[in-house]
Structures are given as structure tokens and as C-alpha cells.
Write a protein that binds this ligand. Sequence first.
Ligand code: GLU
Length: 512
Amino acid sequence: MTPVRVRFAPSPTGPLHIGGLRTALYNYLLARKTGGIFVLRIEDTDQKRYVEGAEAYIMEALEWCGISPDEGPQKGGNYGPYRQSERQEIYAVHVKTLLANGSAYYAFDSEEELNDRRDAEKAAGNHNFRYDASTRMSMRNSLTLKKNEVEKLLADNTPYVVRFRIDTGNTVNFSDSVRESMSFQTSELGDQVLMKADGLPTYHLANIVDDHLMEITHVIRGEEWLPSTALHVLLYRAFGWEDTMPIFAHLPLLLNPDGKGKLSKRDGAKFGFPVFPLRYEDKVKDEVAAGFREDGFLPEALINFLALLGWNPGTEQEIFSLKELVSAFDMKRINKSGARFDIEKGRWFNQQYLIAQSGAELAPLVQTEFSKQGFELSAGKAAQVAGLLKERVHLLPEFFSSGRYFVAPVEIYDEKTIRKKWKPDNRVKFDNLADVLAGHDDWTAASVKAVVVAFMNDNELGFGAVLPIIRIALSGSVQGPDAFDMLEAIGQDTAVKRLRKSYDLFTSIKGG
Ligand code: GLU
């Protein structure tokens, strides 16, 4: 069997959409699963839509996710160049083949002529003028003009496009791994332009030529390309390459949270979640889009989340490392129906990946989050904070937002609970507790707990009367990890100071 070669072929027209990242992932998984090669090809033949920096963004996103290509513009390889803009001569040669074998023809109709024709058709009641088998013989092209006229036009450098000659009345059948057998009528396709007046190929031509020359065995791409596939099949036939035509697999759409339409950039803005792997800044349009990385997702979690949006393992298992995905991946299990994008599920995945790591493993990430806010944490302290908070947070920045009190004085107190729980009559007892804690010489959670329990027993106070007071004094709220773990992590001096400082405040809140 020929070795698997798959490609991810984005157009550098902006940031990589999360749907594009999923396409890259499935290609990567098939390559790794079969010991094949994952190619990155940049489809940049549309000069008008080209966006500076988009290719670098795509590379960075793939790298961040751990699914870098084996061949591509940066990596190189034996099938390059991997940017279509650098392959112009290759397309020119191939267009000549189609012109020579009668599958394509020169069309000299100017923009103006085409518009006039469209207007005339409209006036006659036909609103859908199309350049196709029914109209081509009344246009100015190499099928209608005499040979010497064509030669003269070419010699005079008259602008032209090359069109694909598609005969109507035929059915194109092809099989798709996801959707099984597909069929399209050739009458649905017009005589598509293969080469534009600027000498650059259109997507269809470049895509087919490159997939053939790069020996691509499987084309895994979004469902929006399904209708074009009929045209692609006809191109393979026209070149005589049908025997080595790749296997097609069209991935189901990613749907927005309502499940109603295709997930778009607008949905991200509307629902407040990222639809791009990395933050993206469009300086020209003055637009900024959020990224999963900057929002605090781990790449492993994002990959796991995306893998299951459109593919299922056939079991209940949800957590898959990239390695596990590679071994479980099976093209047969790509779903047919669209996958609803549920960011809550994405957050859940992220939390599972946080929980699965030890505090020490998470420490560098936690240090970074605190550092961004101006606090430098030792590795030990960061590991402690990570261990205490990982089950309570979903995204990385929450380590700081919900753990600020580990390093900084409390700024906001839960006044409602204070009013309910603070009994100024117990003030002396709580002062006493602070004194006992200040003198205690074994500052571990277990040992501090023993001191507090003894204090409760001596003073006939229950957990419900004491713990909320300690918690709010330390962190401002009754939420958070175990109170004794918090006491240990905050440290003896700071904890005792916070207790003492809070009593006056609590009394004033209670009175106020
Ligand atoms: N350049 C196309 C895109 O941007 C590639 C489609 C394909 O994979 O054939 O999606």
C-alpha cells in the first residue's frame, strides 16, 4: 500500500479558525496513526485576500497544539515549494496539458463584455446567466474563434482566462469516507475558471495539481468543499489521474452554541468565547479576537475537546491524550452530522487536564499567571496554590483571580455572610484564638486544625460559627479550599495578622 500522505491546506486570509484547527488535527491523527506524512500547504493564490502574518499565525497555532507538519514551507520536504504562490510555473504547464487535450479553452471575454451579456440576459428574463455548455458557443473563446484569431489575440497579449470545459448531462459519482457515495450533476457546474487573467491558478486547479504532485492519498477537509469535489473529480479525469485520486473525507460543520448555524467569528464575540487558537490582532481592520491560549486553555485540553467535535471513539471515554487519540482515531468514526460547539464542555476538558497534573507540574503555569499580575511566587508556593485550587478553576487566569489572597491582602469581603456570622460578643474568644495560633509552633494544616478544634470545644463553638469567620478573614469569602490548608499556605504571620485585622472590620460591618 502507498504510504499515507495527508495535507492541511489553509488559505492565509486571516487567523486560523477553530474549525480549521480541527481539520489540521484529523489530518495529523491519520498521518500519525498510519506512519504517514502530514503536509502543510499554503494556498495563497488569491492575492486580494492575502493577509500578512497569517501563515506565521497558522504555524504558531499548530506548534502550540503539538501538531506541527512533517513537510511544509518552514520544514521543507521533497515535494516543495509548499506555498502555491511559488508554484506558478507548475500550474502554467498543467494548464497547457488541459488546453492541449481539449479539456480547457481560452476565454477572451472582457469584464465589460460579460456584464453586457448578463444585462442582456436579464432583460430577456434570464437572471442566472452562466458561462457553461449552453452559452460558451456564443462567447469569445478559443472554441468559437478561428485558430489564427486566437493566435493573434495571444500574440497581442490580450487578457484571457482559461476555463474548464464541462459537458452537461453527466453524473459525477465519487465516494466520501464520511458520507459514502455522493453524486452531482455536471449541469450544476459551469465552465469554471482554472487560470485567472493575472496568470494565477484558481483554487480548484492549484489544489488538484498539488494534491497529485504531492502524492496526497487522503483529502480531509471541511464539508463546505463537498460540492467542489465533483469538479475536482472531473479535473482528475481530465488530467488522466483518476487512478491515483485521493480518498475524500468531508468533516461535519462546527455549529454555533444554538446548534443553528455554522460557528462564526461573530458567535465568539456574541457568546464571549474564542473561536481562534491564539489571540489575533488585525492592525489594518483594527480588530482583536480572543484566543484559546490567552484565555488560559491548555493545548492538550483544546485538542481533546476538538477531537471529539466531529469524531467519536465508539466508547464512553472522553479524556484522550494526543497519543491516545492517535491510536483510537478511525476515519470510519467521523460523524456525519454537525457538532455543536459548547464552550462549557471545553472548559470542563481544561479542568480535567488541570486536575490530572500535580501541583508541582502546574507550578510554572501558576507562576506565570501571578507574574502577569505583578506577583512573583516561589515554585514551592506556586505548587501549593496550584494543588489547592486546581479542582476549583477551569482556566489558567482563575488561579490568580481565585487565589489572589494567597499573596495579597483581602480587598473585598463577603459582607452578607459577615453580618450573619459575626457575633461581636465572641470577640474576646476570637482574639484568644489569634493569640493561640500566633504562639503555635507547628504550622501545618493538620496541627493547626487540632488547635482550632480544641478552641471550639473549649468555647462551645461549632464549625459553623468558627470556620466562616476564619475563611472570610483569610480570603474575603466562604468559598475556596479547606480552611486549614488555606491557613497553612498563607503562612503563620500573615494568617494571624489577617485574623486580628478583620475583627474590627467585621464589627463595623455588623453595626453598619
Ligand atoms: N485552501 C482551502 C481552504 O482554505 C483548502 C480546501 C482543501 O482542503 O481542499 O480551506
